[in-house]
Each structure stands twice: as structure tokens, then as C-alpha cells.
Unconditional design. Structure first.
Length: 245
């Protein structure tokens, strides 16, 4: 891997997820180093859990893609009398709408705890909820619903696994962009020198993971993709200014 000699932004998501952000940064003259710390694969559909469900919840775009492998579920969510459809974040909601599935509840900021509160305000007592998820989950959404007396059935539609992360020689870093706690842990485990660099996290959970991994400078730049390029460009400008004699 060719490494830059001037401050660069490290992107840690999968390549396809990085594409638009990498292009936006490159257009502003910001060097980018892609180090994917997350890889996913969809899970082949098995038997769909028996309902009926009062609500079906989605926590990520990949969850939506995996759920659509279950043709019966997609049809059920488009039919009359369908359950509530709830999504964590605008990106997940957009993936559902692209599949012609109407969305009733969207958690912003994109946190499971926020979606739990929205659902608790709408569900009748002792409702059954289908939670579409990956194999790695914080569990706060399911926990909050169960503690309130609801039944939660979980369906894993994709798996998160660690790709081969390269051992990097030190290079000038303007910011490390991270979007999940697992990406933080994997990156720092392989390249501990990066904890001395600025981390830009999309939310409080990821920011806390960066701090717990030893990062000394952590910035929360929000979950809205439209603001990421601006925030990272500012970190780049700060790094260049710090290099000036």
C-alpha cells in the first residue's frame, strides 16, 4: 500500500460504503487511505419466524438487504394490514423505501435506545416484535422492549466479520473516520500507533469505543453523511496548519 506523505484521512468502512465520501474528500484535495475494518455477508434465508408481529424493526441497511432474501417477509411488509415498520437511522429507512416498504418510525439519532422509546409509545401491551439484525448487536433495543413486557423474536440476516487488516507503517494522519465500535477495536489492535491520531466518530457509542481503545482526541461528527466530508476536511486543514513552521 502506497502511503501519503501529507496528512490523510483514514476510512475504515467497507470499500462500497466509502466510495462517495472518498470521492468528496479527493475532490477537495484530501488524501485518503482506505483500511476496511468491517466486512459483511448476507445470511441465506431459513424459515421465517412465525408471527403475527405488531412491529418489524431494522437496525441497518445490510439488515434490510438480508431481510429481502426472505421474499415472504418483503411481501408481508408491503401488504395491507402490515405491522409497524421501524428503522434505526435515515440510511436504513431509505433502504426500506427503495424496496417499496413504507416506514412508520425512524430513530434519529440512529440509536437502538431511541427506536425503543418510539416503539414503546406505539405498541399495545405484550406485543410481539420481529427484530432484524446482524450477528453482532449491542442488544439495547431488544432489552428495552423485553423489560417493557413485549416479546422479541430476533432474525439474523447478515454476519459481520473481520477482514485482513494491514499492519501500517506510520504516516501523517489528519483523522481516522470510524462508524462502529468493532471497526475501532480491530484497527487499533492491529495498528496501536493510531491511538495518538484524531478519531472522528459518527456517534457516541463509537466515540466511546475509541476512547476505551486509548484514543486521546475523539470528535463526534454526527450520523448524517452529508456532514462527514466537511468535518473531515476541517480536520485535514487543522493538520496542515499544525505542520506550518
Amino acid at each position: 500500500m502506497d502511503l501519503p506523505t501529507c496528512p490523510a484521512v483514514v476510512l475504515t468502512r467497507e470499500h462500497d460504503d466509502n466510495r462517495e465520501l472518498a470521492q468528496a474528500l479527493a475532490a477537495r484535495g484530501v488524501p485518503v487511505v482506505e483500511v476496511p475494518c468491517l466486512a459483511t455477508r448476507l445470511v441465506a434465508p431459513g424459515a421465517l419466524p412465525a408471527g403475527p408481529f405488531a412491529a418489524v424493526t431494522f437496525t441497518s441497511r445490510r439488515g434490510v438487504r438480508g431481510a429481502l432474501l426472505h421474499a415472504a417477509l418483503g411481501q408481508h411488509l408491503q401488504a395491507a394490514g402490515r405491522p409497524l415498520v421501524a428503522a434505526v437511522g435515515d440510511a436504513t429507512a431509505a433502504a426500506l423505501r427503495e424496496a417499496d416498504i413504507a416506514v412508520d418510525l425512524v430513530a434519529e439519532p440512529p440509536e437502538g435506545s431511541v427506536l425503543a422509546q418510539l416503539l414503546l409509545a406505539r405498541l399495545a401491551s405484550a406485543s410481539s416484535v420481529l427484530l432484524i439484525r446482524g450477528n453482532i448487536q449491542r442488544g439495547e433495543l431488544a432489552q428495552a422492549l423485553r423489560e417493557a413486557g413485549h416479546s422479541v423474536v430476533e432474525l439474523t440476516t447478515y454476519q459481520n466479520y473481520s477482514p485482513e487488516i494491514p499492519l501500517l507503517d506510520a504516516f501523517p494522519v489528519a483523522a481516522v473516520f470510524v462508524a462502529s465500535p468493532s471497526a475501532v477495536r480491530r484497527l487499533v489492535e492491529k495498528n496501536p500507533w493510531l491511538v495518538n491520531q484524531p478519531f472522528c466518530a459518527i456517534g457516541p457509542t463509537t466515540a466511546e469505543a475509541a476512547r476505551q481503545s486509548g484514543a486521546r482526541r475523539v470528535f463526534e461528527i454526527g450520523a448524517e453523511p452529508a456532514g462527514w466530508a466537511d468535518a473531515l476536511f476541517e480536520r485535514h486543514r487543522s493538520a496542515l496548519a499544525a505542520e506550518e513552521p
